[in-house]
Each structure stands twice: as C-alpha cells, then as structure tokens.
Design a protein around this ligand. Sequence first.
Ligand SMILES: [Zn+2]
Length: 438
Amino acid sequence: MRPPNARYLILIFLSFSYFSLAQAETYALIADRLIDGKSNDALQNKAVIVSGTQITAITDITRIPKDAIRVNLPGTTLMPGMINAHEHPLLYKSDYQNAHLQGSSAYKALLGLSNLQRLLKAGWTTIRVMGDGDVYYANQDIRKAIDAGIFIGPRLTGAAHYISITGGGGDINYFSPEQKVLADGLIADGPEEIRKAIRKEIKYGSDWIKIMVTGAFMSVGDNPRNVSFSPEELSAAVEEASRQNIPVAAHAHATAGINQAVIAGARSIEHGSYLNEESIALMVEHQTYYVPTITVGDYYANSGKLLAQSKNDDFYLSFRDDWLVMIGKAHQAGVKIAVGSDLCGYAVESQVCAREFATLVEAGLSPMDAIKAGTSVGAELLQWDDRIGSIEVNKLADIIAVPGNPLLDMSALEKPVFVMKNGQIIINILENYSAINN
Ligand SMILES: [Zn+2]
C-alpha cells in the first residue's frame, strides 16, 4: 500500500481545520432594535454575539469583538425564535380525520419533516406537538433524526397522540359499527386504560401527555360543550404522568371540563373556549398555563374545508367575541398565556401560524406581552426557560429577525428575514441564503 502523498495530507489537514473553525464561528447580529423576550421595551444599538450554539454577549454596537463575523440586518428587529406550544405537524390535509386514514406513518413522517422545516424557516424554532394524526410515532422519529443532526429542523417536544374516550374528539365517529378503523387518538376508558395509554405514550417517546377532556370542534360526531373524562379519570391521568415527571396538556372547551382539568393538575389548558371567571380564578390558583389557539378557528370559519365544518361555523362565530374578552381578563388576572397555532399542518402556508400573536393583541395583550407569550412564556410552559425563549447570555442561540418593528405591526412576525437555531443560520433572506432546500 502506498502512503498518501503530501498534497492529500495537507488537504485533510485543511478540511479538519476548516471544520473546527466552522464549529467555533462567532457572529455579531446587528439590527435596528432588539426585543429580548424579557424586557418591556425594545433595546437600541445592541449587537447579539453568538459563539457556537450559545449567546455569549449582548454588547453596544461600538464594542463588537474584532473576530466576529458581522451579520448586518438593517431595517429589522431581532427577537427570540418563536415557540409554538400547540401544533400538529403531520396533518397534511385540512380534513385531517379523513387524511389520517389515507396516509401511512412513513408518508406522514416525510411530509411532516418537510413541514417542520418550512415552519423553522418561518421563524418557529421550537414546537410542542399536541398529539397528531398518526397511529405510530412519526414525530418522535423526526425528533430523533433532527437531534442526531441528520436533518435540520426545529426543537420538538410533545405528545404522539391525544388520549380520548370512546366517541370523543380523538375517535373517528363517522363509520358504521362494522368498520374497525384505528383512530388517530389513543382510545382509553376508565382510570386503568388511561394509565396504560400514558405508559405507552411515554415508552415510545412522548414527553407530554395530551388528553381530550371535552369534545372537539374539528372532529365529527362529538360535542365541544360535553365533558368526556370524569374527575376520577382526570386525576388518574395527572397522577400517572406526574409520577414519571411528564406534564399533562388538557384539551378543554366546556367550562366544567376546563375547571376539572385545572383542579386535577393539568399544566396547560388548550383552547378553553368557554372559560369563565371561576376558570380564571382556578388557573391563577393552580398556576395553570393557557394556550387559547384563536387563529385556527378564524382560519376555518366559513372556509368549507372541514368535514366537521357544519358544526363549527355558527358555533364558533357565536362565542368568538365573548371568548376574546375572557382571554383578556385571564391575562389581566395573571394567567400565563402561551402562543399555539393549532393550524400549521402541511396543507396550510406556514406564515399564517404567526397570526396568533395579532389575535392575542385583539384579546387585550400588549404587543410586547403577545411576543413574550410566543417566546419566554412558551419556554416556561415547556420548562425549557433555562435554555431558550429569550436573548440572554448563556441561552442557546435561537434568534430571528423580522422586518420593521413588530410592536407597531404584528404581521412582521409572519415574514422573518433571518432565522438562527442553535447558532446555525437557517435563512438570511437579505443575503439570499437558506440552509434548507425546500
Ligand atoms: Zn390541536
């Protein structure tokens, strides 16, 4: 065997040195203003210094380290990467309960990965999956592949399935009794079946439990004003999950369902369409997070896109105004509200998800509080506030830049021009750069 020639060795040496240099890259991100996700005002004349995966300094723009690569983002605002606390990445058609029966888990994984990459490019650096239209565990596999560095994608956490009663919002109710279809949800009745469903969820990688406490709007044959699980079943769910240090997210529309889930110890209430003063008081007392997901109802109302639409439109539009008033009251009372879009499966253009920020402002949150709901408060809900959700020294560098000033125009959040996750530049539209080709 001939020894490798010197030229070849130099090439190997150079590529290794380039690789190690690339790992230690230091960037200085420079925009017109900085929203750090914690402060009540935007900061001026600051540069964010990123080394490797972390934010290492926030300095005056006159004090940028000489070795830093300057990323100039004129006309934009820097802010933390957005956190979507309620999403279903695998849903690939609006009519998800029908689509669920048509696509294999593998097909959903492929479309889901592509969808998650689009969401990352749209500024969503972290996504909590709230159960999905898949009998298997495609989201958990996608997360594994992203964490292993095989594909670029957002940080993922969440539940593989929604746990539902027979005939509830996670079941499929439009076939004849002779047809044995596998529902997208995990069907569990009684405390013992619920415990077993939770154990299975955790076994295969869910780090949240999602439970359908009431009926749903967008599934056929169940009623969002009805309560599905009994208090005994809810307590069993929270007790089982808590013993394994897994939080519970409760889908709940009906007032009694919201209140029972809060009392049982759910960490978050999803939707909460019929919350009342008592619900708000209970959520304050139990420090329950609230993820209203307003935009999805607006998007589908009168669209004719859903099989369940006939029960949705009048129903939804009749309470929307009152609901938004209650969301504002909950915020005033101190309930921590997080952004969740519940909308951005493959069929929906990913920019639409960020409209949730504007609807929270419509409900009475200040623009800055709405931005916190989708950044630092979302991180607290996920119990990841030690690493993401704000632009602070030692946090992971999940940072976006949006055009203009989002405090004056929330639609800026729908079109980020720069996205960085974990210190890696994902897109920089100003330089026509994208790390993802789809
Ligand atoms: Zn949902």
